[in-house]
Design a protein around this ligand. Structure first.
Ligand code: CP
Length: 299
């Protein structure tokens, strides 16, 4: 068993292998051969990630238990580490965890026998989102080398931005950021901050991010956001014909993107969602069958 808590633990061949394996799952009938029990532990809301892990597990033949905070002992004050130790004692082998803290760092010193997959840790990482974004990019461009990727919006609060920068730069893409100055991420080293309209005209991939109101101290006014930092019918005309538009979702309609953008053939948001199932199949398989997969990676 192995864990996937950060893009930092992956090298280029392993990423390539996970993407190839995910593409195999896109192109082929569901498999049911991974035996074991996993649990979805989501301490923050989710539609795409939680459901796609459930569907991925179902397609692999893996038993995936559901966990709702409202009906759990979290309400009685049980900590994350005690919850993880409890599900492990119950016979669960892998936990998919989403939590508002940098939970992999918080539990790093604990002696857990449970494998862990990071489904979102505060504003720090969302590795399977970066993998599914990478798969969507690879399906369109065939690779990453030399691609100009601009990630736009609430970068400061975005785990998606951080995981994508790590992954895409490792694979040879050039990653830039843009958006309102208030969302500048002071903790990101080598942060290339660019003019939004120039980026729209020059980028191969424009990745729009949700304004994450729930992580802000004060209400951020979005009344002029789309005009200044959003995609709309005017900016669609400025984009390259062969560029693509990504967004991890959920979308704030008429803020990051307008309805016309969602209808544009360059917009791959639902393809990202669909790829989420295949990528999570590849990740779950890798976690449960690390030894076999590592042999295939190096083959
Ligand atoms: N992209 C993403 O993590 O979406 P959910 O919050 O719906 O899982």
């Amino acid at each position: 068993m192995t864990s996937l808590v950060s893009i930092k633990q992956l090298n280029e061949p392993t990423i390539e292998w996970l993407l190839r394996r995910a593409q195999y799952f896109v192109d082929n009938e569901p498999q049911t051969y991974v035996r074991g029990t996993a649990v979805n532990l989501f301490f923050e809301p989710s539609t795409r990630t939680a459901l796609s892990f459930q569907i991925a597990a179902q397609r692999l033949g893996l038993k995936m238990l559901d966990f709702t905070i409202e009906n759990s002992s979290t309400c009685k004050g049980e900590s994350l580490i005690d919850t993880l130790q409890t599900v492990n004692a119950l016979g669960v082998q892998l936990a998919v965890v989403r939590h508002g803290d940098d939970w992999p760092t918080l539990i790093a010193e604990e002696n857990l026998r449970l494998a862990l997959v990071n489904a979102g840790s505060g504003h720090y990482e969302h590795p399977t989102q970066a993998l599914l974004d990478a798969l969507t990019i690879k399906q369109h461009f065939g690779g990453f080398s030399g691609l100009k990727v601009t990630i736009v919006g609430d970068i400061r609060h975005s785990r998606v931005a951080r995981s994508n920068k790590l992954l895409l730069e490792l694979m040879g893409a050039q990653v830039s950021f843009s958006g309102p100055e208030i969302f500048y991420p002071y903790d990101i080293a080598d942060c290339r901050w660019v003019d939004f309209d120039q980026a729209v005209a020059e980028s191969d991939v424009v990745m729009m991010l949700r304004v994450q109101h729930e992580r802000h101290q004060e209400r951020f006014d979005v009344s002029d956001y789309n005009g200044r930092f959003g995609l709309n019918s005017f900016r669609l005309k400025q984009m390259k014909k062969d560029a693509i538009i990504l967004h991890p979702g959920p979308v704030n309609r008429s803020v990051e993107v307008t309805g016309e953008v969602l209808q544009d053939s360059r917009c791959k948001i639902l393809q990202q969602v669909a790829n989420g199932v295949a990528v999570r199949m590849a990740v779950l398989e890798w976690c449960f069958q690390e030894e076999r997969c590592e042999q295939l990676v190096s083959a």
